[in-house]
Each structure stands twice: as structure tokens, then as C-alpha cells.
Design a protein around this ligand. Structure first.
Ligand code: 7TS
Length: 451
């Protein structure tokens, strides 16, 4: 029987400690499906989008088969049920993030939409000519472009926190930028390209002391570690459901109630109004004020089920599981002399993301050869072009691990890299130090990234 939001069963993994990636894969049809004459799929691109467990797929099917209806308007039974389940999902999100109230959690499509909402609503109301907006060099384009659009429109200026040679945010440079009293600081919790976990709590406290509000891009942290927005004291946090076992189409913007209440709407239309007259309208209370039009009802409900699934396994155990795999992956990658690993070198300092170069082989060639062995990785700039420029590379190959990966997956990755070297020849000898990228990486001063 299909799982619904109120009947998710305790999974077979509940009492396992630590997590067992092989057993968890049994919950994910894509990872278990037939692969013809290819070996089992090793999925190492969860930073782009995670796979979905059967319970999440069932929750979607259940919604469309049993109670598909628009919400907040029908007086008939299935509309009421859909509304109840949608609002229940909001409560689950609030508990997951430890928000003070579900009203602080707005359903959007994804992290990109959440960040644009803040830029367009809070930003247009609060940013003026000459104001400073700060973000970091390691941001995903979703946490860069909305601020550029806003700054352009308002005549505001931009400051970019530099990164150091190990791929961490340069905290001294951050303090220099804070001394210029920015109005807003936007920073990622975890880098999608380097895996760096940023020391947010103290950065947020410093930003607040300087008078800034703080927007956190949680797209790469919410799937992997326990987030407590009250403890962090961030003003806004953006997450994408599809990276955390949920369906495409449901993300969340968390915002402090006092800020959300004071903000103008982002999109206008149905559901977000209190009263509409021909000349003017008034707005509904949050969260409805920011949820114009028909939302992705089934997706939001299924995101609630994904949150149940993750919570049931335990976010702390998921984090520990990934630590173990990443430590193993870093060690095994270091066995290969022409592999350069970007970002912090210790597993404890990074999430499940490992970007690397194989000698001078183009990342797309690396990914294509890995795919021949049914190992799925991503190659490219990962929507972090300014970061690639700081690294002095055009692209990297990126393996990103999640709860369903294990050491065997790492071994398959390593086998594939040896195959790359077999095809292209080991390029180590050209530099003798682990490839040209590392030399450039070490020599980089990053001065040209100064605002
Ligand atoms: N922020 C970060 C840190 C991300 O990694 C991503 C997506 C986004 C924002 C945007 O998320 P979306 O759901 O709105 O698209 N990152 C990636 C990636 O690393 N590969 O593909 C998408």
C-alpha cells in the first residue's frame, strides 16, 4: 500500500548504527533497477539532485490517485484532505529546520526561487543606492545573480568574500567587508563545488553585529546535516527539496516572521490576497502572502514524506555515514598520483562533495569514461563560475556522496579513474606534483577577487 504522510512506516534501517549504504539502496528504485549489461548504477551526483526513495514516489502517486485537488478553496472532502496534508508538510519542514512557526516556512519551487524571493521582496524594499551587498566567491550562481540584478536596479554595490588556498572563506576578508557595514550578507552553508562547510553560526553573529541581515543558501546542507535556524539565528534560509530525497518542484524559504510580515509580496495573484479592488489590493498573512497561485501540492506533501524518511534515519547518522565515505574517498583518491583534490583536505571539514582533476584530462572526458562503468559524476563548472576562476580551472569532475553510497561505490569510482589513466596515459610525469591544477591552486593569491 502506498505510504501517505500520516502513515510512513519506520524503515528497516531505524536501529542500524551506523547506516548501511547497501541496505539503504534497497529503498531507491533507480539504484536497484535493471542496468542491462552494465554493472549496478553508482550514483555520485546527488549534489545536483538526489534519488527518491519508494515512500516518496508512493506519496506522489497516492496524492494523484486518491485526493488530487486544489487546496485552500474546496469545501469538498478531497480538497480538505489535500489542504490538511499540504499544511502538515509545512509543519514537518518547520520541525526539520526548528523554525519557531510553520508560518515562517514558505513553499517555493527550489532554492533559486527562494533566493530570488528575498532579493526581489526584501531587497527591493530595503536596499538603496550606495548600499553594500556581500556574498562569497564560492556561491552557486543562484546566490550571486539575484543580488547582481538587485544591485543593478538599486545602484547598490557588491562585495565578495575571498576564499583561501584550502577553499575556505577568508574570515579576515569577511571582517574587512563587514567593517563597510553591508545591508545584507548572502552565504552558502556548504559549497556545492568544494564541499566546504562554512562556520555559519559565528559568521552570522558577526554579520548581525555589523547590522546586516543574513541569507543562507542551505541547498547543500539541508540534505546532509541537522539544521537549526534558531540556533544559527539566520534571517533567511533557502532549500531545495529535490536534493534531499524529495520530488522536483518543492523547495522552501525559511524567514524570520518579523521580516516576512514586513516584506511586500513577490508574485501577485490568487491565494496571496486578503481583498482585491480594481485600484488596489491587500495581502494575506504569511505564508500565503508569498504563495501566489496553485502550489505544487503533491510535491510539497511528498517533501514532507522525504523529511520523515531522513529524520527516521537520523540526520546525525547520515552526516556520520557521509564523513566515513568521504574520508575513505579522499584516501583512495590520494593513491592516484595525478589526481588533484580541490577544497579542504580533511573529511571533517567538508560535506559529501569531492571535486577533483585527473592530470590534464578534461573533466568531461573523465565523466564520460566513468559513465562507461556506470558511475555517474558531474563535470563542469557546477554553476560556480567565479569559484572556478579563483581555482584557475575551467571545470572540475565532481563526485557527490549521499546516504545510499558506500565504500564499494568509492572503489568503483577509483577503478574508473584508473581506466581514465589507461586511456589517456598517466599525465603525472608532466608536473610530478599531482597535476597542473594543484600548482596553480597553491600559487594563487586571489588578490584579483578583491571588491
Ligand atoms: N545553491 C546551491 C549551493 C546549489 O548547489 C544549488 C544547485 C542551488 C543553490 C540551486 O538549486 P536549485 O534546486 O534551485 O536548482 N546545485 C547544483 C549542482 O551543484 N549541480 O546541479 C545543481
Amino acid at each position: 500500500m502506498a505510504a501517505t504522510t500520516d502513515q510512513i512506516e519506520t524503515t528497516a534501517h531505524s536501529r542500524q548504527d551506523p547506516l548501511d549504504g547497501t541496505a539503504i539502496r534497497a529503498d531507491f528504485p533507480v539504484l536497484n533497477g535493471p542496468t542491462g549489461d552494465r554493472p549496478r548504477l553508482v550514483f555520485l551526483d546527488s549534489a545536483a539532485s538526489s534519488q527518491k526513495p519508494q515512500v516518496v514516489i508512493d506519496a506522489l502517486t497516492d496524492y494523484y490517485e486518491r485526493y488530487n485537488a486544489n487546496i485552500h478553496r474546496g469545501v469538498y472532502q478531497i480538497s480538505e484532505l489535500a489542504t490538511e496534508r499540504f499544511e502538515e508538510a509545512r509543519r514537518k519542514v518547520a520541525r526539520f529546520l526548528n523554525a519557531r512557526s510553520p508560518r515562517e516556512c514558505i513553499f517555493v519551487r527550489n532554492a533559486t526561487e527562494a533566493l530570488n524571493l528575498v532579493a526581489q521582496s526584501w531587497g527591493r524594499a530595503n536596499i538603496a543606492a550606495g548600499d553594500l551587498i556581500v556574498f562569497s566567491t564560492m556561491e552557486h550562481h543562484s546566490n550571486i545573480v539575484p543580488w547582481q540584478i538587485l544591485a543593478e536596479e538599486k545602484g547598490a554595490s557588491l562585495g565578495h568574500i575571498r576564499i583561501d588556498a584550502a577553499g575556505r572563506l577568508d574570515q579576515e576578508h569577511f571582517d574587512e567587508l563587514l567593517a563597510r557595514e553591508p545591508k545584507l550578507v548572502a552565504v552558502t552553508h556548504v559549497s556545492n563545488s568544494l564541499g566546504t562547510v562554512n562556520p555559519l553560526k559565528e559568521m552570522i553573529a558577526r554579520a548581525h553585529a555589523a547590522g546586516a541581515i543574513v541569507v543562507i543558501d542551505g541547498a547543500q546542507s539541508a540534505p546532509h546535516l541537522a539544521i537549526d535556524v534558531q540556533d544559527l539565528d539566520c534571517d533567511f534560509l533557502a532549500i531545495s527539496g529535490h536534493k534531499m530525497c524529495g520530488p522536483m518542484g518543492a523547495g522552501v524559504l525559511y524567514g524570520k516572521r518579523s521580516l516576512l510580515d514586513a516584506m511586500p509580496p513577490f508574485l501577485g495573484g490568487g491565494s496571496m490576497i486578503r481583498k482585491v479592488e480594481l485600484e488596489r489590493s491587500t495581502w494575506a498573512d504569511v505564508p500565503a502572502k508569498f504563495e501566489a497561485g496553485t502550489p505544487a501540492v503533491g510535491d510539497a506533501i511528498a517533501l514532507g514524506v522525504a523529511i520523515d524518511y531522513l529524520t527516521d534515519l537520523g540526520m546525525d547518522r547520515i552526516w556520520e555515514h557521509e564523513r566515513e565515505i568521504v574520508a575513505y574517498a579522499l584516501n583512495r583518491l590520494r593513491e592516484i598520483p595525478n589526481v588533484t583534490i580541490f577544497g579542504p583536505q580533511e573529511a571533517g571539514e567538508r560535506s559529501g562533495v569531492v571535486s577533483f582533476a585527473v592530470g590534464e584530462v578534461h573533466p568531461h572526458d573523465v565523466a564520460a569514461i566513468l559513465d562507461e562503468g556506470n558511475v555517474a559524476v558531474r563535470a563542469g563548472h557546477h554553476c560556480t563560475q567565479p569559484l572556478m576562476r579563483a581555482l584557475d580551472v575551467v571545470a572540475t569532475t565532481r563526485a557527490s556522496f549521499y546516504l545510499y553510497n558506500d565504500r564499494e561505490d568509492v572503489d568503483r569510482l577509483i577503478e574508473g579513474i584508473y581506466r581514465v589513466n589507461g586511456v589517456f596515459g598517466d599525465t603525472t610525469s608532466r608536473t610530478g606534483t599531482g597535476g597542473p591544477c594543484r600548482e596553480k591552486w597553491d600559487a594563487r593569491t586571489f588578490e584579483d577577487d578583491a571588491p
